[in-house]
Structures are given as C-alpha cells and as structure tokens.
Design a protein around this ligand. Structure first.
Ligand code: 5GP
Length: 120
C-alpha cells in the first residue's frame, strides 16, 4: 500500500517507454504489460494511457465510463490472447485498505492457476 497521491507514477514512465516492460497489448487508449512481481503464471496490468484524474476507481466520474469499460474489455482480449480459456481473475485494488500501491488506475488480470474465494 502507499499514500494516495496525484503525483505522476511509474506507469507514466512505462507508457512513455522510459523504463522497460513486457507489453502484451497496446492501442491508442490502453496499455497492457506483465506485472514485475507476478502472483500467478499470468499476471498482467491493464492501464489507461491517459490517467485523466483516475488515480483509482474511487475517483471515477461519469466521463470515465468509456475508458473503464475499455479496460475490462481489454482484459478479456488479453485473457484470450494468453490462452486463459479455463478462466481468470480481475482485480482492482483501491486505496490504502484495498492495498493499492500505484495511483494510476489499473486492472490486474491474473490466471494460469486455480484461484481461491474468499481471496484472503
Ligand atoms: P497495486 O498494488 O497498486 O494494485 O498494483 C501495482 C502493481 O504494479 C503491483 O502488482 C506491482 O508489482 C506492479 N509494479 C510496480 N512497479 C512496476 C514496474 O516498474 N513494472 C511493472 N511491470 N510492474 C510494476
């Protein structure tokens, strides 16, 4: 977890290719890349290229509906691309209690092993 902040995050450097990442999907609106600390055989982060105030889901406004939908739709595309045909998990950590550490909204796509519920 980290303190919520509007400061630029490391994801801007990933978007701008200033630091390397393993990109698995990219279009004009979103970027999907492998998490540096994978929690499962497949662990991908899907982010908007423009944050537009979306430090986290709690900051969502009506104008964000399109990009929020696109993040989820991209998760589906990438799940298919990764061969996660038996299922996968989508996670959005929000705020300190949610365990969020990077304040640029992101969807975790996790798969390749059996998930548990409740998760913790
Ligand atoms: P959060 O904890 O905010 O939901 O998720 C942030 C995720 O970003 C973590 O799973 C963390 O491993 C990942 N992460 C942090 N820094 C980097 C980085 O520099 N590169 C990549 N690929 N992932 C990162």
């Amino acid at each position: 977890a980290a303190t919520p902040s509007d400061d630029p995050t490391i994801f801007d450097q990933i978007i701008n290719k200033e630091i390397p990442s393993t990109v698995v999907y990219e279009d004009d609106k979103v970027l999907a890349f492998r998490d540096i600390a994978p929690q499962a055989p497949t662990h991908i982060l899907i982010i908007p290229k423009v944050r537009d105030g979306l430090t986290g889901l709690a900051k969502a406004e009506e104008r964000h509906c399109e990009i929020l939908g696109r993040l989820l739709y991209t998760a589906k595309l990438v799940a298919k691309q990764e061969g996660l045909d038996d299922g996968f998990r989508i996670v959005i950590n929000d705020g300190p209690d949610g365990g969020q550490s990077v304040y640029h909204i992101h969807v975790h796509l996790i798969g390749g092993r059996q998930m548990n519920w409740p998760p913790f």
